[in-house]
Design a binder for this molecule. Structure first.
Ligand code: AMP
Ligand code: MN
Ligand code: MN
Ligand code: MN
Length: 284
C-alpha cells in the first residue's frame, strides 16, 4: 500500500511564489500529491482559485496561511492549516501585516537607492502581482538587473540583516497569530523550525511559549531541513507533546532544489498533524 502524498506548505503568486494557484495545484497533481496546503504569506487570496481547481482534478486542498511573527526581535513563520479564510479576525490581522509590508517595501527601496540602486520599488512591484509585496519580489528585481546571479545570492548580498536592503520586521505577536489561526478553526504549526538562527535554549523557549499559547505542531519535515534537522525536530515534538507536519515550502520552478510532494516520511515516533483529518482513502 502506498501512503498518501501530503505536502502542507506551498506558495503561489498570491504571495511570493511564481505559479498561479491553478498552475500550482496542477503541478502538485502531476507530482502525485494527494493533499496540498496552499500557505501564502500573510494572505489567503489564492485559496478560492486553488480550491476550485483542486476540486476539478480530485486533489484535496487544505486552506492555509503562513503568518509572519516577531518574537524577541526574531522573525518566525507560523503556518495555519485548515483555517477558515472567511474569519473576520484572521482577515483583519492579515490585512494589518500587509499594510506593514507596503511601508517596509518603501523603506527597502529607499535604502537600496542610497546604495545606488534606483527604481527598486517599481521593479519589485512588477513582480508582486498578488496580495503582498515581500523580499522575494525585490530579489527577483535585483537578479533581473544583474546585481546577483540567483535568489540565494541576492538574499545574502542585499536582503538579510546587515545588508543594504534589509529592514527589520514588525510583525504579529505570537499570541495574536495563534488567536487568529485558532479563532478561525485552524491548527497552528511552527514553519521550518530548524531555519531560525537561534541557540537551542532560545528555540526551546519559543516552542514552549508557542505550546502554551495553544500551538499544535512543528514542521518536522521541511524542504529546507536536513536529515539531522528532521530527527531533532521529531524529538522536540515528543518533548513538547506537539504534532508533526510536513511541507516542501515550494515557491516555484526557478528553485529546482525544492519540488512539491518530494518529502521524506515523518519519523515513526511522530503523530502526524493530519491524524484526525478527513482524508481520501489511502492509495492501494
Ligand atoms: P519576507 O516575508 O518578505 O521577509 O520574505 C521572506 C521570504 O523570502 C521567504 O519566505 C522566502 O521566500 C524568501 N527567502 C528568505 N531567505 C531566503 C534566501 N536565503 N534565499 C532565497 N529566498 C529567501
Ligand atoms: Mn516566501
Ligand atoms: Mn517561511
Ligand atoms: Mn513558506
Amino acid at each position: 500500500m502506498n501512503h498518501l502524498s501530503i505536502d502542507l506548505h506551498s506558495h503561489s503568486i498570491a504571495s511570493d511564489g511564481s505559479l498561479s494557484p491553478t498552475e500550482l495545484v496542477r503541478r502538485a497533481h502531476a507530482q502525485g500529491v494527494d493533499v496540498l496546503a496552499l500557505t501564502d504569506h500573510d494572505g489567503t487570496g489564492g485559496l478560492g482559485e486553488a480550491g476550485q481547481v483542486a476540486k476539478e482534478i480530485g486533489l484535496k486542498l487544505v486552506p492555509g496561511v503562513e503568518i509572519s511573527v516577531s518574537w524577541n526581535g526574531v522573525t518566525f513563520h507560523i503556518v495555519g492549516l485548515n483555517i477558515d479564510p472567511a474569519h473576520a479576525g484572521l482577515q483583519a490581522g492579515l490585512s494589518a501585516l500587509r499594510d506593514f509590508r507596503v511601508e517596509r517595501a518603501e523603506e527597502i527601496s529607499r535604502r537600496l537607492a542610497r546604495h545606488g540602486i534606483e527604481g527598486a520599488l517599481e521593479g519589485a512591484k512588477a513582480h508582486a502581482t498578488g496580495q503582498i509585496i515581500g523580499r522575494g519580489h525585490f530579489g527577483r528585481f535585483l537578479v533581473e538587473q544583474g546585481h546577483a546571479k540567483d535568489m540565494r545570492k541576492v538574499f545574502k548580498k542585499f536582503l538579510v540583516h546587515n545588508r543594504p536592503g534589509y529592514v527589520p520586521g514588525e510583525w504579529a505577536t505570537l499570541v495574536d497569530a495563534l488567536s487568529w489561526i485558532k479563532g478561525s478553526g485552524g491548527q497552528a504549526v511552527i514553519a521550518h523550525p530548524a531555519r531560525y538562527r537561534l541557540s537551542a535554549t532560545r528555540l526551546r523557549q519559543f516552542i514552549q511559549e508557542f505550546k502554551d499559547a495553544g500551538g499544535d505542531g512543528l514542521e518536522v519535515v521541511s524542504g529546507s531541513h536536513s536529515a539531522g534537522d528532521v530527527q531533532g525536530m521529531a524529538q522536540h515534538t515528543k518533548r513538547f507533546e506537539l504534532l508533526a507536519s510536513s511541507g516542501s515550502d515550494y515557491h516555484g520552478p526557478e528553485q529546482p532544489w525544492v519540488e512539491l510532494g518530494r518529502l521524506p516520511e515523518l519519523p515513526a515516533s511522530c503523530t502526524p498533524i493530519w491524524f484526525d483529518w478527513d482524508l481520501p482513502e489511502q492509495r492501494i
